[in-house]
Each structure stands twice: as C-alpha cells, then as structure tokens.
Design a protein around this ligand. Structure first.
Ligand code: PMT
Length: 420
C-alpha cells in the first residue's frame, strides 16, 4: 500500500477502500478552455490518490483559466500545452502518451474539442493525442446551456458515441454565464467513478461477439394501439455496456425504449416479436454468446388494422396468435454457442426458470421475480438468480443492473473457458 498524507486521506472515494483501483493505470487528463477548468485539479488529485499515473495536456485557452504549474504540482508530471514546446520531442510525446494511456478524460470538454475530434482534426497536442490513441476516451462537456443544446454539438456527440467515445452528461443548475440549465461540469466524484468504471475491467471478453436482445416488443392492433409490457431496456443495455467494456463486440437488438444506446455497440432497433426474430436470425450465426434479456410478447393480434378502430358500443374481443419463441428456436440451433435466457417470473421462480433451461436448451437462465421491489421492469437494480443446466443456482442480492450484468458475464466467461 502506498503511504497517504493525512490531508489526502480525507476524500470519500479514498475512504471507500477503492483507492488503489487505479494503481498502474496511465490516465491522460485533457483540459480545454472553459471556466470549469478550475475543477480539474480536484479530479487529478483524486486520480493520483487512487494510484494512477496522471499526465495533463492543456489547450492554450485552458492555460488562460488555470496555470500549468498548479497542474504539474498536483499531477506530479510535466504538463503539456503546446505541440512544439519541449525540445523538439513533441512527435514522440503525443504518440507515446497516446499509446501508454489506459484512458483519456477531457475535463471540461468544450464544443470546440468535441467538434474537432468529430471532424478528425488534430491541430494541437490534445486533439492529436486523442486522435492517436486506442484507449477509451471520455468527454465531460461543460458549457453554456444554449451551446450544449445546439444541434450541431448534439449531432457531433451522437456521432462520437456511435464510434465508441464516452460522454458524461453535464449537470443542470446555475451556469457561470448566468443562465440556468444543463451545462455544468458534473461533480468530480462522478467523473472519477466513470473513469474507474471505464478502465478497471479486464478485457476478458475480447474476441467474443455477443448478441444481446433488450427491451419490450410492440404488437400493433391498429396504427395507434399495441400490446406490450413494461420493459425499459435497462437490464439488456447494462449487459451490452458491460460486455463492450470487457472487450466484446456487441450486437444489440432492441425493442422500442427511451434510454440512450451505449456507444460502440451495433444497434438494431426492432418493434415486434417477428422483427426481433428476423434480426436475431440474421445475426446469430456470427455470435459466440447470445443473451435474451428482451421481454418478448408471446402473442400478437391476429389481424392488424390499417386504420384506427373506431369506438363502438359494447365489448371488443381481440383474437391473438402466438409469436415465434425466439429463444426456443435458438436452443434448437445452438451449435457451440453459449445461450443465456432470462425468466421474468411472479411465482415458483426457480421451478419455472429450471423448466425453461431444459425446454429451451440453455446454458444459463437469469431468473428475476418481477413482483419484488428493486427487481425486474423499469428499476435501476435487479435481484437475480442464475441457474445452470446442472440445476446449480447462484442467488445474487439486490444490486445495480450494471453490477448484475457483470456477474452474469463472469459466469459466461467461466463457461467459455470450460469449453475451450
Ligand atoms: O428492461 P428492464 O426494464 O430493465 O426489465 C428487465 C426485464 C424484467 C425485462 C428482464 O430482467 C427480464 O426478465 N427479461 C425477460 C423477460 C421475459 O420475456 O421473460 P419470459 O420468462 O417471458 O421469457 C423467457 C425467455 O424467452 C426470455 O429470455 C425471452 O427473451 C425469451 N422469449 C420469450 C418469448 C418469445 N416469444 N421469444 C423469446 O425469445
């Protein structure tokens, strides 16, 4: 354990016991010219205390807000500002730092740096290093609310997200420019947490392709009415994000949800169970692992009306027809893929889930009792039981869907090693 000076050990993150999580990690903190630059030293000192080797690259405008000397003192490393400053070493510097980095965090990130990276411009030390790295890059935008809402910036963010760049949304509140709204740099402890999440996972799933289904399906009755369920996609998206963070290539087939698609995954939006079936069939042959966390409607209306059904007196009977069971079909054509189902249960959870493992030829099933508070539909947490083919059950406590996702991936990783 590294020694900590008494005043450095006051930070809550350090006291949580996680402080060595970043030992041996090389983190580049890029600082651009926004008023929130004054918060960067807090983040840098948290990273240093967590064991990281921190290198700071500032733009020239950032140096108007905060001095390189302050950052050099806190990071304990020389600070880079200009492309050509130190003794003609710049070429080596930006490439070697880009190669060594486990992560680059741009804090705060102005519209300018986001626009430059989006356009592939590398005209200063920071943009050049960001362009030259293969490490994850996290942008923490902070700016005036109207600038943040500008569609050009939002398009740039979407494009970068789709290429695998990470973003931490700004917080809302009173801004330095006097406006109220979204644009504040989030609390540095949240930025620290995000950095930890992004780099602390081993890339143990590298080389694997995951096909993950998420969200509900909609079975339209007429152009305005449909049958569906309360799935928000949170569980499936957490799995996609976690698998991506652990190095897997991820294809995410998702029913209609309103949460953002994780960057760096291939997203295939679908609406009905039939659409989901078609998308899964198109992509499953290239997958090593398939996880079916979607809540698929078992039935669709026998007739889909092309115009809105007018209200008439009396009751209405809707005739339903069964949808294909996607998981069942995959189980029958499993090959050597790892196949993981979910079971949303309200009673006899283990018994019902165990039946599904056998009937659908699964390697694992993740059962959740959707009547339990903190579990199932719409919550940020879940309480799951993981059952295998031999009837072994791993019961997990309530935890965030991201943590549950990682526990499920741990089991899949073990299975993949067992069949190698
Ligand atoms: O999206 P969230 O709000 O985060 O909620 C998460 C969740 C509750 C949706 C998730 O944790 C969950 O339980 N997903 C499975 C829901 C479900 O449809 O369970 P089921 O027991 O009805 O189906 C069993 C399995 O068969 C599931 O893997 C399902 O995807 C699959 N199935 C079902 C019907 C069908 N026609 N085709 C299928 O492939």
């Amino acid at each position: 354990m590294r020694g900590l000076s008494p005043e450095l050990s006051k930070t809550p993150v350090v006291e949580s016991g996680d402080w060595l999580m970043l030992a041996d990690k090389c983190i580049i903190v890029g600082i651009t010219g926004g008023i929130a630059a004054y918060k960067a030293p807090d983040l840098i000192s948290m990273l240093v205390r967590a064991g990281a080797d921190v290198h700071v690259i500032m733009t020239e405008s950032a140096a108007e807000f905060i001095t390189p000397l302050t950052l050099q003192t806190i990071s304990r490393n020389p600070v880079l500002t200009r492309m050509f400053d130190p003794l003609g070493e710049w070429q080596v510097r930006h490439v070697s730092l880009a190669d060594r980095a486990d992560l680059i965090a741009v804090v705060p990130a102005t519209a300018n740096i986001i626009g430059k990276v989006c356009a592939g411009i590398a005209d200063d030390m920071l943009s050049t290093t960001v362009m030259a790295t293969k490490a994850p890059v996290l942008f923490c935008p902070a700016m005036n609310v109207h600038m943040y809402e500008n569609q050009i910036l939002q398009d740039n963010i979407s494009k970068l997200r789709s290429k695998g760049y990470h973003f931490l949304e700004p917080a809302s509140g009173r801004l330095a420019c006097g406006y109220e709204g979204k644009g504040r740099l989030p609390d540095v402890s949240l930025i620290f947490e995000k950095i930890q999440n992004l780099i602390s996972f081993d890339k143990d799933l590298e080389g694997q392709t995951f096909l993950i289904t998420a969200g509900p399906t909609r079975e339209y009755i007429d152009p305005v009415r449909y049958l569906s369920n309360g799935s928000t996609g949170k569980m499936g998206y957490a799995l996609a994000e976690a698998a991506r963070d652990r190095g897997a290539r991820v294809v995410l087939v998702s029913g209609p949800v309103s949460i953002p698609v994780p960057g760096g995954v291939t997203h295939i939006p679908v609406v009905s169970a039939r659409d989901m079936f078609d998308a899964v069939i198109e992509h499953y042959s290239g997958a090593n692992v398939i996880i079916k966390s979607a809540a698929v409607s078992d039935y669709h209306p026998k007739v889909r009306l092309s115009t809105k059904l007018k209200k008439s007196r009396g009751d209405w009977t809707l005739e339903l027809e069964q949808n294909p069971d996607i998981l069942q079909h995959l189980g029958e054509n499993k090959g050597d893929r790892i196949l993981v189902g979910f079971a949303a249960e309200t009673d006899n959870v283990l018994e019902n889930a165990a039946k599904k493992v056998r009937a659908k030829n699964l390697d694992l099933i993740v059962a959740n009792d959707v009547t339990q508070p903190g579990a199932g539909f719409g919550t940020d947490t879940n309480i799951v039981k993981i059952l295998d083919r031999d009837g072994q059950v791993e019961e997990l406590d309530m935890m965030s869907k991201k943590d549950a996702a990682n526990r499920i991936l741990d089991r899949i990783f073990k299975l993949s090693k067992a069949v190698e």
